[in-house]
Design a binder for this molecule. Structure first.
Ligand SMILES: Nc1ncnc2c1ncn2[C@@H]1O[C@H](COP(=O)(O)OP(=O)(O)OP(=O)(O)O)[C@@H](O)[C@H]1O
Length: 257
């Protein structure tokens, strides 16, 4: 396995946020994490990336639990793109992307020609070549989000953990980004809200509700009218388009009386 959560629980502020979560992600797979606001997606992603320790249960990256990975080695191996990124950074886009090379550098040495090539490629993969010298604070939300993804790619991770990476992107950039993540030879876990994009681009899906995994499997197994009604409380019809489940939401039934 590439990433494994074994009966993971985690609490914060006196509340149980994750409750006995099991997740097994095979190498090279793209797994979507779905669930309503506050269901525990970001919390689980942070645990999977080793940024937090479970209160009980274990998280393993490769064949080692996160507590047995030296911090720097884990920082090289697992890249994380979080939802909120500060705006008070006085760096150019290229400098932000270059931060992805930090865990790979030894001592005080500068960037090598190989580093520069990796940074150039990450900028090109995310369509940011033209913005390399722009300053961070002048970027749009979507440009910042793409720069954070380029930074994660520059890290050349084995596992990539993305928390709602498309929430600021226009539809063309959403499709480009998810197609790119799927193409990369990495294991990815992505928190997403868009059920149809999750169905199009993920090999497997897991649905969290109230800190528990309530459904897991292929998109066809998970994206059912019943699960969507139970988890989100909305009515929908699920059909199939180009081999992927397609969810069409229906208006609420009028209250009779
Ligand atoms: N450090 C913390 N202290 C207290 N409560 C927390 C902490 N971190 C998360 N929570 C709570 O845990 C719950 C799950 O939060 P989390 O951010 O993991 O959910 P999410 O599924 O990613 O939500 P969203 O879709 O809104 O991003 C929420 O109720 C949140 O308020």
């Amino acid at each position: 396995m590439s990433l494994t959560a074994n009966d993971v629980s985690w609490s914060a502020g006196g509340a149980l946020i994750l409750d006995g979560v099991r997740l097994r992600v095979e190498p090279g797979r793209t797994v979507g994490l779905l669930g309503p606001n506050g269901s525990g997606k970001s919390s689980l992603l942070r645990l999977l990336a080793g940024l937090r320790r479970p209160a009980s249960g274990t998280v393993a990256v490769g064949d080692r639990t996160t507590d047995r990975w030296p911090r720097r080695e884990l920082a090289r191996r697992v890249a994380v793109v979080e939802q909120q990124v500060g705006t008070d950074v006085d760096l150019t886009v290229a400098e932000v992307v270059a931060l992805g090379r930090t865990p790979h550098r030894s001592g005080w040495g500068g960037r090598s020609a190989a580093d520069e090539e990796i940074i150039r490629r990450a900028l090109a993969q995310t369509g940011l070549d033209g913005l390399a010298h722009r300053r961070w604070h002048g970027l749009s939300g979507g440009e910042r989000q793409r720069a954070q993804i380029a930074r994660a790619l520059a890290q050349e991770p084995v596992e990539l953990v993305l928390d709602e990476p498309t929430n600021h992107l226009d539809i063309a950039h959403q499709l480009d980004l998810l197609a790119l993540v799927r193409r990369l030879p990495v294991t990815s876990v992505i928190a997403l809200h868009d059920l149809n994009l999750a169905g199009m681009f993920c090999d497997e899906l897991a649905v969290l509700s109230g800190g528990r995994v309530v459904a897991a499997g292929t998109p066809r197994e998970v994206l059912t009218e019943r699960t969507i009604a139970e988890v989100y409380g909305v009515r929908c019809e699920v059909s199939e388009v180009d081999g992927h489940p397609h969810v069409r939401f229906l208006p609420e039934l009028p209250v009779s009386g």
